[in-house]
Design a binder for this molecule. Structure first.
Ligand code: CTP
Length: 399
């Protein structure tokens, strides 16, 4: 999967820089072309000579070559790359990346890079745990960058904790997985529904729910990054889709979401239905603001909305993949299995509101994936990481 791929390896000033030598060797062995970009501090930890010898390419560090004044084009480099990997990434470089402080060749290249970016942090446990580092990492995740979490163990300071850069072999397999998924998702058309729906009562009031849309948007980014063309039918949320291969169709009500999804689905290879669709809407919508009646109670009569997942399941053609979600408060497996069958889904993602850190509004989620044969439980992860797990499972449908 890595054969012939172009990878920019960014190296920064951490003791883990010595592992970059192993990383380059492992990548080159797989047939990858590696171009090293190193920060000035990185050169204190490992020599450019070692890195140039292992990668068979001169190492880039400065904006201009000291020898002949030639300009190192970060723009060309960004376009050449199939992926950029920053390993090790120090707290300082992570901070600069998160805030666009382009005072060295590495960060400038990062800002010009159109390819997917992977970041493998390495630092002392307290630096890693500091809210500043965590906030910067959260920003990088929000930009769509993939954080390869550090592991726990003895650190250079001899303290024990989380901050050790992931081992080179593991980093290489993260990249391999990414390119394997990309090979399966490339040029696939994927419909994703996301967010809540609002069912109007009158011009100023609606029935809605707490869905933030984060899971659906993370799925859209993960699919698009792997080469899929995504149609994201989104209920009212404040999120924006970053990737150019995501076409956003904004809707408000379940009826509008139904129309948009039914229209798009025939030309799709898959649909992932992560929206929290209101099951009912008011029978009538008042054209004027309903005034408070002081004397009587108010009754709203609700009528059912179409079930988008079940409707797509009914018209699904052979080869089309349909993925649903089930957010449950009790007897999750039972309810999810029933929805899997009733809506003709290929698999269903179950999240339980009983799990801390799962469900609406949070940045994390804890899921199980159920299909007709088995169910697999996943640990608590960020919604971006959960999206990758779901995309991996989707890719299996085409393998
Ligand atoms: N769904 C949908 N259209 C609806 C209701 C749900 O497309 N009108 C989709 C959701 O996006 C999700 C799956 O169906 O992928 C299950 O949604 P959920 O609300 O859990 O299921 P319901 O069938 O509405 O069952 P209930 O609310 O009774 O649990």
């Amino acid at each position: 999967m890595l054969k012939g791929k172009h990878i920019i390896l960014g190296i920064t000033g951490s003791i883990a820089a010595y592992k970059a030598a192993y990383l380059i060797r492992a990548l080159v062995k797989k047939g990858t072309e590696v171009q090293v970009v190193i920060t000035p501090a990185g050169k204190e930890f490992i020599t450019p000579l070692t890195l140039a010898t292992l990668s068979s390419h001169p190492v880039i560090s400065e904006f201009f070559s000291n020898r002949d004044g030639t300009w190192n084009s970060h723009v060309d480099l960004g376009l050449w790359a199939d992926a950029m990997l920053i390993a090790p990434a120090t707290a300082s470089t992570i901070g600069k990346m998160a805030n666009g402080i382009a005072d060295n060749m590495l960060v400038t290249t990062y800002l010009s890079c159109k390819a997917p970016v992977f970041v493998a942090p390495a630092m002392d446990l307290d630096m890693f745990a500091h809210p500043s580092t965590q906030q910067n990492l959260a920003r990088l995740r929000a930009f769509g960058n993939r954080i390869i979490e550090p592991t726990s163990g003895e650190l250079a300071s001899h303290l024990v904790g989380k901050g050790r850069m992931e081992e080179p072999d593991r980093i290489v397999s993260v990249l391999e997985d990414f390119f394997a998924e990309s090979a399966l998702l490339k040029d696939k058309k994927i419909l994703i529904t996301a967010g809540p729906t609002y069912e109007k009562i009158d011009p100023v009031r609606f029935i809605g729910n707490y869905s933030s849309g984060k899971m659906g948007y993370a799925l859209a980014e993960a699919c698009a990054e792997r080469g899929a063309a995504v149609t994201l039918v989104s209920g009212p949320v404040s999120l924006v889709a970053r990737h150019p291969s995501i076409q956003v169709v904004r809707v408000e009500s379940a009826a509008e979401m139904y129309e948009a999804a039914m229209e798009a689905f025939p030309s799709m290879d898959a649909a992932i239905l992560s929206a929290a669709v209101a099951d009912y809407r008011p029978e009538t919508m008042s054209d004027v603001k309903i005034k408070r009646e002081t004397t009587s109670e108010m009754t709203l009569r609700l009528v059912p909305n179409p079930d988008i997942a079940a409707s797509l399941g009914a018209v699904k053609k052979p080869g089309q993949v349909l993925v649903g979600f089930a957010l449950e408060t009790d007897r999750g497996i039972l309810h999810a299995e029933e929805k899997l069958r009733r809506k003709h889904l290929d698999f269903i993602v179950l999240n339980s509101l009983q799990d801390a850190g799962a469900g609406f509004q949070c940045d994390t989620n804890k899921i199980s994936i159920l299909d007709a044969r088995e169910h697999v439980d996943y640990p608590l992860k960020t919604k971006q990481e959960v999206a990758i797990d779901i995309v991996k499972r989707l890719a299996v449908c085409w393998s």
